[in-house]
Write a protein that binds this ligand. Structure first.
Ligand SMILES: [Zn+2]
Length: 582
């Protein structure tokens, strides 16, 4: 049933970096006042962003005649005198220059449209159930552009079944070719846009498409072929920006363009991992959700203690699927594991914040870190992934390699996806499904402690159960200060401390290291040389703090040589994780 709501964009003036939105609401109206609200945050990115800040030139008409559109509160617009109107429109322009996956971006070459950054939604003045009906969505854009969008319809005119679909229906419109391939009757589209207009190598693009295909097949082997038959991957290539955002039948992923240039193995691996992560979110986050995310309230913060499950598990399984599918080699997996362990072992945040606490406080911590954050706060992505990894190993050990946490996810998905009889999950649902796995009957308290306790998961023990050990990447000799540093034009500055840094109480983040025992320091190599033989010996470090020179006494210690590398071939349980399910 049509809602009588029409959402329109005019994107013909990309050079202005703005596009125009017109929203038409047909009567009947339920009173004399019609109000709209601009979403204040974007699902998947837990931070109040106030996208209404980009709005200008607000105007309204009632039955074609100019009317007053009055701004109310931080997020609203009110129009009076609508009771007997046939239709009301509001119109506004939006600045679209934020180059992230969660925001709008427009220029002469493309439009990336993010619905919660674009659409105001009627909040008063019409029957509420109209929001659940079919909305019309149209786009007027330069002739050469073609649009990638998960919304059904035809170029320039689509529809969205209800509010959730409307607010999830992103668009990428540009003149670039749309790549496509089919897996088990489902068509996969890839639309690339480069932020500077650089043309990526076609060979590398083809390689990426072939990696995508492997990953898609491996997902289908786990979850079954989906009911939805189209999926759009929008890939933005940038100078340095990176990120990803999931949608019901699409993703926007952003990577430095070097990921598609030869010789950048780490970025290439990251690109594949990012695609897999966002693809997996179709099941875990977009269709299987926390109970209180079923109908997103976008005008205020909505908290969940389960983000460790939705992001940590997706990070873990997304990468496992890269490995299982062959898109990553085992060497890729091991190299990435080392990268993760380096981040994990630098800080002791896990002793100050549990995964549930970190999930709940995403709104005030994750998206606004400072240089001391990681001492007491954790990322539920990384630490969630490692915790989930440990839980998976425990299930596999107890079920003799027959079941894993991916089976728990699939069972939860089948019972609680958004269209199921009992949609949405909470901690108790995860626990129930976990202990029903053969062999995992006693893992309930293991799970509780893992996510509510303030301590690091026992990753090294879990690795041993897989027939491997953790070893240092290479034996580092010489003294150690435990500082992360930035070097800019010969200025060596402290960006953060490792846990156990002997400098923690003497040198602040932001301090510049000028000299060690009167020897001038201009780069990290010079610093390491100056302290090399000073293990447990006091040295004098000259720092510059707020433009004032100071001298501090520090006793460097020996390098902790973090065990970050996987060693050994692995046993049968490891194979049950790593081998394809196809
Ligand atoms: Zn994610």
């Amino acid at each position: 049933m049509n809602s009588g709501l029409h959402f329109h964009i005019d994107a013909n003036d990309g050079a202005s970096r703005r596009f125009t939105v017109t929203i038409t609401v047909n009567g009947p109206f339920s009173g004399n006042i019609l109000e709209f609200r601009f979403p204040r945050w974007v699902p998947g990115s837990y931070f109040i962003r106030e996208p209404i800040q980009h709005l200008t030139d607000l105007s309204a008409t009632i039955d074609g005649k100019s009317a007053t559109a009055k701004r109310i509160d931080v997020d609203g617009v009110r129009i009076q005198g609508v009771s007997s109107a046939k239709s009301v429109t509001i119109s506004y322009r939006l600045l679209a220059i934020e180059m992230t996956c969660r925001a709008n971006h427009i220029d002469e070459t493309h439009l990336h449209m993010m619905p919660p950054y674009t659409w105001m939604i009627p909040s008063r003045g019409i029957e509420k159930n109209r929001l659940d009906q079919r909305h019309k969505v149209t786009l007027d854009k330069p002739k050469k552009w073609h649009t990638a969008t998960q919304l059904p319809g035809k170029e320039g005119e689509w529809y969205a079944e209800g509010r959730d679909e409307l607010l999830d229906g992103i668009m990428e419109s540009n003149a670039n070719e749309m790549h496509s391939f089919e897996v088990d009757g489902c068509i996969q589209y890839l639309k690339i846009w480069d932020s500077g207009g650089f043309e990526s190598s076609l060979d590398r693009t083809k390689e990426f498409v072939s990696a995508m295909e492997k990953i898609v097949r491996e997902h289908y082997a786990l979850f079954g072929t989906p009911d939805w038959k189209e999926y759009f991957t929008i890939l933005h290539l940038t100078e340095a920006g990176r990120g990803g955002l999931e949608h019901l039948r699409s993703q926007t992923s952003m990577m430095p363009r070097r990921a598609l240039q030869d010789g950048n193995e780490d970025d290439w691996r990251d690109l594949i991992s990012l695609f897999s992560h966002e693809f997996l979110h179709q099941w875990n986050v977009k269709r299987l959700r926390p109970k209180n995310f079923l109908d997103y309230e976008l005008q205020k913060e909505v908290h969940s203690d389960l983000l460790w499950w939705f992001e940590g598990l997706t990070s873990w399984l997304g990468d496992v699927i890269c490995l299982r599918s062959g898109a990553w080699s085992e060497e890729d997996y091991r190299k990435d594991w080392t990268r993760k362990m380096k981040r994990h072992l630098q800080r002791n945040g896990m002793e100050h914040e549990s995964l549930q606490e970190s999930s709940h406080d995403a709104w005030i911590h994750l998206y606004c870190p400072n240089s001391y954050s990681r001492e007491v706060h954790i990322s539920y992505y990384l630490e969630g992934e490692l915790a989930v990894f440990c839980l998976d190993v425990e299930i596999r050990k107890r079920s003799k390699g027959e079941f894993g946490l991916d089976d728990v996810l699939v069972r939860l998905y089948n019972k609680h996806h958004i269209d199921a009889e009992d949609p949405g999950i909470n901690h108790a649902d995860i626990k129930r499904e976990l202990v029903n796995i053969p062999g995992a009957r006693r893992l309930g308290s293991f799970l509780d402690e893992l996510v509510s306790g303030r301590k690091s998961p026992l990753v090294e023990d879990a690795i041993k159960k897989l027939g491997m050990t953790m070893v240092p990447e290479k034996e580092e000799k010489g003294a150690w200060l435990g500082l992360n540093l930035s070097v800019n034009s010969g200025a060596v500055k402290v960006t953060s401390h490792h846990s156990n840094s002997p400098c923690r109480d003497f040198i602040h983040t932001g301090d510049e290291i000028i000299a060690v025992n009167n020897l001038r320091i201009r780069n990290v190599k010079e610093l390491n040389a100056a302290i090399f033989d000073k293990i447990d010996n006091e040295i004098e470090i000259t720092i510059c703090r707020q433009a004032v020179l100071q001298r501090v006494a520090v006793k460097p210690i020996s390098n902790p040589n973090y065990k970050v590398k996987l060693d050994g071939k692995g046993n049968k349980i490891w194979r049950s994780i790593a081998d394809t399910k196809q």
